[in-house]
Design a protein around this ligand. Structure first.
Ligand SMILES: Cc1ncc(COP(=O)(O)O)c(C=O)c1O
Length: 433
């Protein structure tokens, strides 16, 4: 069959593709990309280079088509591309498990395919581990504004909104705690944090399966940031009440928040951690759930009922593991890349913050965000974000605002010049609004 690619001028939607998170009646068609290199994406029509200001949905860690990771995958593909992980082990999975276990201090790794499955697995492990210990617990606690993925369990944990309301009847109940988002010069931060901790403490009086949170930054909810001290307090309350803390580090892991994992800034150790996105440097889809040894031990039994009956066809895919090991090499050899971006963001935001409708400026590590308060319509469906996206693409920057929230989350390899250009483009657009 002749491919549309040959004559697609990107004026229309492809007739055979169902695009994610998109209503085609009110969005611009997908733009065809020919290749990517470092922080740049190259498009065919119009022929353009775009700075990838959001790391292609937060996954591209070291840049596009990174040679070191590409070579690791190539070499692995010629050695072993895939093998059933229930019966076989391979060196890349062993090495990766040992490395991540040492880095996180969580001993056991369960492999899956993406961020949502890494969260599903964490929740299923938490739920069953109580059952295995002879206790049925049903209360699960998450935060307002949370996003943990789009499969049913992950979706149920996330904030209930337009994106999941069609499935409301199919989702299990989850108790909510306010998320004390903060920003530069926020004078109410402690009041908000104390209120949230009080609500959490009250809820935890009932035996609880787990509390799940996105450490330091809620991504899809609007790049809503909290202080490390809040995460520390949550962890203490969870521990004191004998529940489990799940850190969803799908977005925040691998240097994104200015430390290898975001929870490390809070000086805590969660019971379960979900990772994906930057795990393979953004090259291949893979998820991992890390668990403390004591949780793993609650599954060890002669009774088949205590087994964790969960697995995916591509569990611990050798190509994904090779990419993840290569990505870890790059992170470990050059931590300055993720350590240095915060300062650079702050410097550029000095100019942005002078614009009258820019509010709630916030930065955590490599992520910078602020709100546009141009009308009273806050939230994802605010059309200002779409307008800004279209204008910024025209000027050479790809960003994808979350409604009225503008943010930059670039690949770690972004050059100083490219970062400056990104901020200049955003400034010019906002100035013209
Ligand atoms: C914090 C968090 N958890 C889970 C997910 C789901 O990951 P995936 O899209 O790979 O299923 C996302 C995706 O954006 C996320 O940001």
């Amino acid at each position: 069959m002749k491919s549309q690619i040959l004559n697609n001028t990107n004026q229309d939607w492809h007739p055979n593709i169902w695009p994610p998170f998109t209503q085609i009646t009110n969005s611009n068609p997908q733009i065809e990309v020919t290749h990517g290199k470092d922080a740049l994406i190259y498009t065919k029509y119009p022929k353009k280079e775009l700075i990838d200001g959001i790391s292609s949905w937060w996954v591209t860690l070291h840049g596009h088509s990174n040679d070191y990771i590409a070579n690791a995958i190539f070499h692995q593909a010629k050695t072993l591309e895939q093998v059933i992980f229930a019966d076989f082990l391979h060196p890349q999975a062993q090495i990766l498990s040992e490395r991540l276990s040492t880095l996180t201090k969580l001993e056991r790794l369960f492999f899956s395919d993406n961020g949502s499955t890494a969260v599903e697995v964490a929740l299923k492990i938490a739920y069953q581990s109580w059952k295995n210990q002879g206790e049925t617990r049903n209360q699960i606690i998450a935060f307002d504004g949370a996003y943990h993925g789009d499969t049913f369990g992950a979706m149920a944990l996330g904030e209930r909104n337009i994106f999941n309301e069609n499935f409301d009847n199919l989702m299990f109940p989850v108790k909510r705690v306010p998320w004390p988002s903060t920003w530069i010069n926020d004078e109410e931060v402690e009041i908000k944090e104390n209120k949230a901790i009080k609500i959490l403490t009250n809820l935890l009086k009932k035996p609880t399966v787990a509390v799940i949170l996105e450490p330091l930054v809620q991504g899809a909810g609007g790049m809503n940031m909290v202080r490390p001290i809040f995460i520390k307090k949550v962890s203490e309350v969870v521990n004191n009440n004998n529940s489990l803390l799940i850190a969803d580090e799908v977005l925040t892991g691998f240097g994104r928040c200015g430390s290898l994992f975001a929870y490390q800034k809070a000086k805590i150790i969660p019971d379960l951690i979900s990772i994906s996105k930057g795990l393979t440097g953004g090259f291949l889809p893979m998820g991992i759930t890390l668990a403390k040894e004591k949780i793993f031990q609650s599954f060890i039994s002669d009774s088949p009922k205590k087994t964790f009956w969960h697995g995916h066809s591509f569990t611990a895919n050798p190509l994904g593991c090779a990419a993840a090991n290569a990505s870890l090499d790059l992170l470990e050899n050059d931590p300055i890349k993720y350590l240095s971006l915060e300062k650079k963001h702050f410097a550029h935001l000095e100019k942005i913050k002078k614009l009258p409708f820019v509010k709630n400026i916030r930065v955590t590590g490599t992520i910078a965000a602020f709100d546009i308060a141009i009308d009273n319509n806050f939230g994802y469906l605010n059309s200002i974000g779409k307008r800004i996206k279209t204008l910024s693409i025209k000027k050479g920057l790809f960003i994808r605002p979350l409604g009225n929230v503008i943010y930059l989350l670039p690949p770690l390899c972004i050059t100083d010049k490219q970062l400056e250009k990104s901020y200049n483009i955003i400034f010019d657009i906002l100035n013209e609004l």
